[in-house]
Design a protein around this ligand. Structure first.
Ligand SMILES: Nc1ncnc2c1ncn2[C@@H]1O[C@H](COP(=O)(O)OP(=O)(O)OP(=O)(O)O)[C@@H](O)[C@H]1O
Ligand SMILES: N[C@@H](CCO)C(=O)O
Length: 327
C-alpha cells in the first residue's frame, strides 16, 4: 500500500486544479480470495463508504472522518483517501490548491472487507474527477492505478465495477473482468472485534507452494466462477482453498476455528480477504437464515473468543459511484 510521502520541492510548481469543486464518491466493501481465488477473485458487498471532497484555496488538506476508524485515522494529507487523491493529481502533473474531505466510514478496517481498497478507489476517483476532462483516466487506467497503489487487484476491481471480478496480472499491468452473480447467493459475514493488517497476513505466506496445492486451487477457482455465476449448489466444493488460509490461521485462531466448524456443518465458508472475518456464501433466504443461526450458535458456544458481529449482506451489483455537487 502507498506510504506517506511529503510533497517534494519539485511538485510545488505544478499547476493546480480548480478551487471550488465539490465531488462525492461512494465505494462498496469487498471480499477477496473467496477461498481458492487468492489475489484474483473478489466480490462487492452491500456496505458503502462515502467521501465528499471540496477543493479550497487554503493550501492545506483537512480530513473529517466519521464512523469506522474515526479517532484513529490521520486528519491531513496522510489519510489514505487524501493520499490516494493527491497522488492521482500528481500522476497527472497537477496538485490541489487545498482540500477538505468529509468521510462516512461504514466498512470495518483491517477485517478482510476491503476497507483500504475502498479508500484508495475513493481517492483515485475523486482525484480523477477534479482534473480537467481531457486529462482524466479511463476505466482501464483507473483500475491499473488503484491496483498499483493497493499492490494487488482483487479488492480494487470489484470496488470499481461491482459484482464478482476476476483479475489477473500481465507483466506489470493489472486487468479485470466483471461477472454477474446468481441472485440466490447471499454473503453472510462474521466480523470479529480484532483486526489484522493485510501486510501482517501476507507476511505469513510461504514463498512457494506445492504443485499439487496449486493445481487444486486452480480447479476450485475455476469451479467457483461457475458456482457464483450459474450454479450455487457447487459453492461448497468451490470455496476450498489449499494455498493461504492454513498458513494464516495462527494469526486468527478464533476465525480458523469458526471456519472449520462452518465447513464441517456444510456451509461454503472462507476467510474473507486477508482475514480475520469469515465469509459464508449462503444460497437463498433459507440458507442465509441457517448460516446466521449457526454462526450465533457457534459464537455463543465460546470456542471462538471475542465479540463478533454477524452481517447478512447482499452482493452489490454497482461499483463505485461518482457525483458532483453544484452551487
Ligand atoms: N476509509 C478509510 N480511510 C482512511 N484509511 C483507511 C480507510 N480504510 C482503511 N484505511 C487504512 O487501511 C488500513 C486497513 O487496511 P488493510 O489492507 O490492512 O485491511 P482491509 O483493507 O480492511 O482488509 P483486506 O485487504 O484483507 O480486505 C486501516 O488500518 C487504515 O490505515
Ligand atoms: N488477496 C489479498 C486480499 C487482502 O487484501 C490477500 O489475501 O492478501
Amino acid at each position: 500500500m502507498l506510504h506517506a510521502t511529503p510533497l517534494p520541492e519539485d511538485l510545488i510548481d505544478l499547476p493546480v486544479v480548480d478551487a471550488g469543486q465539490d465531488v462525492e464518491v461512494t465505494v462498496p466493501a469487498t471480499s477477496a480470495n473467496l477461498g481458492p481465488g487468492f489475489d484474483a477473485l473478489g466480490l462487492a458487498l452491500s456496505l458503502r463508504d462515502t467521501v465528499r471532497v471540496r477543493t479550497t484555496s487554503s493550501g492545506s488538506t483537512t480530513v473529517r472522518p466519521t464512523g469506522e476508524g474515526a479517532g484513529e485515522l490521520p486528519l491531513d494529507g496522510r489519510h489514505l483517501v487524501a493520499r490516494s487523491l493527491i497522488s492521482t493529481l500528481h500522476r497527472a502533473g497537477r496538485r490541489a490548491p487545498g482540500l477538505e474531505l468529509d468521510t462516512v466510514n461504514v466498512i470495518p478496517h483491517g477485517r478482510g472487507m476491503g476497507s483500504s481498497a475502498s479508500a484508495i478507489v475513493a481517492g483515485v476517483l475523486a482525484g480523477n474527477a477534479l482534473l480537467p476532462a481531457h486529462e482524466q483516466m479511463d476505466a482501464a487506467h483507473l483500475l491499473q492505478w488503484a491496483a498499483s497503489i493497493e499492490g494487488h487487484p482483487d479488492n480494487v476491481a470489484p470496488a470499481l465495477m461491482g459484482a464478482l471480478a476476476i483479475s489477473w496480472e500481465s507483466g506489470r499491468a493489472f486487468h479485470s473482468t466483471r461477472v454477474e452473480v446468481h441472485p440466490d447467493v447471499i454473503p453472510v459475514l462474521a466480523v470479529p472485534d480484532l483486526s489484522l493488517s493485510t501486510e501482517s497476513a501476507r507476511a505469513l505466506l510461504p514463498a512457494s507452494v506445492s504443485h499439487s496445492a496449486a493445481a487444486a486451487n486452480a480447479g476450485r477457482a475455476a469451479l467457483l466462477v461457475q458456482a457464483l455465476g450459474r450454479n450455487p449448489s457447487l459453492l461448497f466444493p468451490a470455496t476450498q482453498d489449499a494455498i493461504h488460509q492454513d498458513f494464516r490461521a495462527p494469526a486468527m485462531l478464533p476465525s480458523a476455528t469458526l471456519l472449520r466448524a462452518l465447513r464441517a456443518a456444510g456451509f461454503a465458508s472462507t476467510i474473507s480477504g486477508a482475514g480475520p472475518s469469515v465469509l459464508t456464501l449462503a444460497v437463498g433466504e433459507a440458507g442465509a437464515s441457517a448460516a446466521e443461526e449457526t454462526l450465533h450458535r457457534l459464537i455463543g458456544a465460546g470456542d471462538t473468543p471475542g465479540a463478533w458481529r454477524v452481517l447478512r449482506l447482499a452482493v452489490e451489483r454497482e461499483g463505485a459511484k461518482m457525483g458532483r455537487h453544484h452551487g
